[in-house]
Write a protein that binds this ligand. Structure first.
Ligand SMILES: [Zn+2]
Length: 596
């Protein structure tokens, strides 16, 4: 994107100049503040991506920019363009508006309630209209007019519509015509590049046959988007599809988790899932990867003082009313997994996805597993042992269930189900339970001992190792905020170093973070009475300890096995994020308590 172009761009929601984020499925560019609201709505309403700090497939970025420059925003703000609405006082958000409630209310009205669109999406039972819209989409993707197609999709046209007369789907048409940006848009709305037409040919086949090689390669990538993203999250690279490699399965080599009976049982359970339930779980984990990665980008790009004063972090996956409440709860529990546990889950999913794809028997051949993650040690933060953390026990809320969501007709049907308080789970697999059971394995105990040993050395408050009486005295809010700013400032420096591949900056940064964390902990009494304070302090100090030991791995040691720097970086980012989260919890608690 050229500088010149960017200078004219403004946030689609509040008109702040130079927006840094994009909402891919809405075809708009948005500012940081509005992005935080988009994120809180969930990916089913808005899929956000940072324009600079997230890697983009070039044609996906081009698709979003083309939509934005061609005025896709008017789809979502149609009635606001009417002079009558200005007179009636209806208006969009201003740059000066507060995030809460003004911008938040506007963004919810715009994308969740679809309050300003020309026409609401067609009803679920209106199959005639849906079919008609889908047929229009089917012929429109032949042209380069993206905005028309987004409009049709927003009204309920189906990206995977199979046209009975033509014997194919819109993606077949776009692929034949070499319309790569249309293909990107269709894929965002769920079109499948592997669908056969009436001759058994896929869109990939037609793109290749028509000489649209870039499009053909991109469609192969889109087909493997889920597993590629999971692999990239763990090891920073993707399979080489052009040379027939479709899966990378990283392995945590010296993990005691891999051999524990519980881990084996969890793996077995994963393997016994029906394909449908497995796909659901994999999609949930994909969403959680997206949440964690976007959190890291968010943390790295924000002014450190806004991080402690605004409620901008998304602590777990927002409710999707299309899903059962059981599934929503399982999705939220994924946020509790520490970096190591989550990596284990992602690896299990990758290897089972490969097994299912290749139709192999249940025993996964070890020879085919690529051994690239050699140096990770099994580390558990204390967080995982504190499953009673109140913040993460909040149950999926049904409050949004009756609201209209973007373009999915299925939403309406499922929402009605939720309204009726139908608590029968759609899924018999509680994806979080079997993995949280792993806390009780030997490695969990090892982690606990190590943390306890370290905490004994320092001045970290810990119940049981001090004779002091429990104290309900809390430090002043100002002191906690000041220390938190110091911590987040250093974390941002660390994350910037990670983005710029300055690995030798990791250790000095982590040492400064450790100092700030120790000072923060010293503000609190030796034995805080509040369980929430104790939990947050434990998360804070144990994460700072883990961060330092991860950063020490960047020091070259002659005798050691080669360190996978990408994996270390990923663990470093997760630890940094846990520290920021804990510090923010302490700010919230002290602010609340001191105001009482
Ligand atoms: Zn904005």
């Amino acid at each position: 994107m050229s500088k010149r172009q960017r200078s004219n761009e403004v946030c689609a929601d509040c008109s702040v100049p130079d927006p840094h984020w994009a909402s891919i499925n809405r075809g708009v560019l948005i500012c940081d503040e509005c992005c935080s609201v988009h994120r809180s709505l969930g990916r089913h309403l808005s899929q956000v991506r940072h324009l600079k700090h997230t890697p983009w497939p070039p044609t996906l970025l081009q698709m979003v920019q083309t939509l934005y420059n061609n005025g896709a925003n008017s789809i979502w703000e149609h009635s606001l363009l009417d002079p009558l609405s200005v007179m009636s006082g209806k208006r969009k958000a201003n740059p000066q508006d507060k995030v809460h409630p003004n911008k938040t209310d506007f963004i919810r009205a715009k994308y969740q309630m679809l309050a300003f669109v020309h026409r609401l999406p067609c009803r679920d039972d209106d199959s005639v209209t849906a079919k008609d819209l889908s047929k229009q989409l089917h012929s429109s993707v032949r042209t380069g007019n993206l905005e028309t197609c987004l409009r049709l999709l927003s009204l309920g046209a189906q990206a995977n519509f199979f046209n009975p007369e033509k014997g194919n789907t819109p993606l077949h048409v776009a692929a034949k015509a070499g319309q790569i940006l249309q293909a990107e848009l269709l894929a965002v709305y769920g079109a499948d590049p592997g669908t056969p037409d009436s001759n058994g040919k896929t869109p990939i086949d037609y793109a290749r046959k028509g000489g649209h090689l870039e499009l053909a390669d991109r469609l192969v990538e889109i087909q493997h988007e889920l597993t590629d993203r999971l692999a990239f999250y763990l090891c920073g690279r993707k399979p080489d599809h052009k040379n027939g490699q479709h899966y990378i399965i990283p392995q945590i080599a010296d993990s005691s988790l891999d051999v524990s009976e519980l881990a084996k049982a969890a793996k077995k359970k994963l393997q016994s899932l029906s394909n449908h339930l497995f796909e659901e779980l994999a999609m949930d984990v994909y969403d959680e990867v997206d949440r964690r990665e976007t959190d890291a980008v968010w943390l790295a790009t924000q002014n450190h003082s806004t991080l402690v004063t605004e409620t901008t972090v998304v602590p777990f996956l927002p409710v999707n009313p299309e899903y059962s409440s059981t599934r929503n709860q399982g999705r939220q529990k994924l946020a509790r997994f520490n970096a190591h546990e989550f990596a284990t889950l992602v690896i299990d999913i990758l290897s089972d996805a490969k097994r299912r794809q290749q139709g192999n028997s249940v025993s996964v051949s070890k020879e085919n597993v690529e051994l690239i993650l050699k140096s990770i040690t099994s580390q558990h933060s204390n967080e995982s042992q504190d499953n009673d953390q109140p913040d993460y026990d909040s149950v999926a809320s049904d409050e949004d269930a009756d609201l209209e969501s973007a373009s999915s007709k299925a939403n309406r049907k499922k929402a009605t189900k939720l309204e009726k308080q139908n608590s029968v789970p759609d899924s018999d697999y509680d994806n979080a339970v079997s993995y949280s059971d792993l806390d009780d394995t030997g490695s969990g105990r090892k982690g606990r001992q190590r943390s306890a040993g370290w905490q004994g050395e320092g001045s970290v408050p810990e119940t049981g190792d001090t004779d002091a009486d429990p104290s309900s005295v809390l430090p002043s809010t100002e002191d906690v905020i000041r220390k938190t700013e110091q911590i987040t400032k250093n974390i941002q420096e660390l994350l910037r170093a990670a983005q710029e591949n300055k690995h030798d900056s990791y250790l000095p940064c982590s040492e400064r973070i450790h100092v700030a964390v120790t000072e923060m902990a010293a503000l609190f009494p030796k034995k805080p009475r509040s369980e929430m304070v104790r939990t947050s302090l434990r998360l804070l100090t144990s994460s700072a300890y883990r961060l330092q030991s991860e950063c020490k791995k960047t020091i070259p040691v002659e005798s050691s096995a080669t360190t996978d720097i990408q994996l270390v970086t990923q663990q470093v980012i997760q630890c940094a994020y846990d520290i920021a989260k804990a510090a923010k919890q302490l700010v919230t608690i002290t602010t609340k308590e001191n105001n009482n």
